[in-house]
Design a protein around this ligand. Sequence first.
Ligand code: ZN
Length: 295
Amino acid sequence: MNKMSVLLIAYMLLACNGQSPASPVAPAAVDTSRLSNAANIAAIESEAALANGTFSFIVIGDNRSGDAIFSQLVQQMNDYAAAQSGAHKPRFVLHTGDIVPSGALSEWDNYAQLRAPLELPMVYVPGNHEMDSADGAANYQGLVGVGNWSFDFGSSRFIGLDDSSGSFSAESVAFLRQQLGLGGIVQAPPQHAFVLFHMPLAVGRWIVHSVKPESEGGRGGEVTAAITQGGVAAVFLGHLHLHDEMQIDGVPYIISGGGGAPLVTIPLFPFPEHGFLVVHVTPLEVSWEWVSLAQ
Ligand SMILES: [Zn+2]
C-alpha cells in the first residue's frame, strides 16, 4: 500500500467514524453598523463639496412596511447617483423617519439588509413607528443615535430634530435655536440651513396627521418661529406617505414620505406617489425635484 492510499483510507475513516460531526453553523449576524448616524455623518464630512460649494443630496422617508418598494427605490437612488456627475451627483441621503414598523431589533436587522445595497451615507431622524415597541427608544439610540443632531457640508448646515412623540421638547427647540445662531449664541452662520423632522406642523391640510397643536403642547409654533428667524432654506418632513409642499412664513416645507409605506390617497393631497426628493444646492440657490418610483 503506497503512502497516498494510506492517507486516503485514514481520511475516509475520519470522515465516517461520526466522532467529528460538523458543528451547527450559527446564522451570520446582521451588520447594523451602517445605521449609525455618527458613522454616516463622519463619512459625509470626510468628503468635500465642489470648490464653489455646490452639491446635491437626496431626501426619502417612511419606507416601513414597504420593503419591496423600498428595495426598488434603493436601486433607483444608486442608479440616479451613478447617472449624475459634478454638482448634480447626490452626496448623501437624509431619511425623514418611520424606518421600521415598531422598533423591534428583528425589524432593524431586516432594515439593515434592505439598506445595505445603498451606496450613499444616510442619516435619520426618528419617526413615531421607531418608538412603538417597549424597547423602541433604546434600540433607536443604540443603533442610530440621538434624536437631535447637526452637521455641516459645503457651507450648509443640516439640523435634525426629534418630534417622534408628537411634540418638540423644550430641549429640541433650544438645540434648533443654537444651531441657527439664535438666542445670543455667536457662531458663523451657515450659507444655507436645512432642517429635518418627521411629523409635519399642524398647519393647513397637514393637520390631519401632524404634531400636536400648540394648545396640546406640540411646540410647532416655537419651531416655526426659529426656522423663519434663522432664515432656513428648506425643511424636510415625512409621516404622510406622499410628496407635498407648503410655504410657511416664506420657508418651503417639503414632505418626502414616499419611501414604501402605503400611500395616503385622499383628495386633500395632490401627489400620492412613492419616490424620493433630490435637492440641488449652489451658493445662491436651493432647488429640488421629485423623482417618482420607476414603473
Ligand atoms: Zn410617522
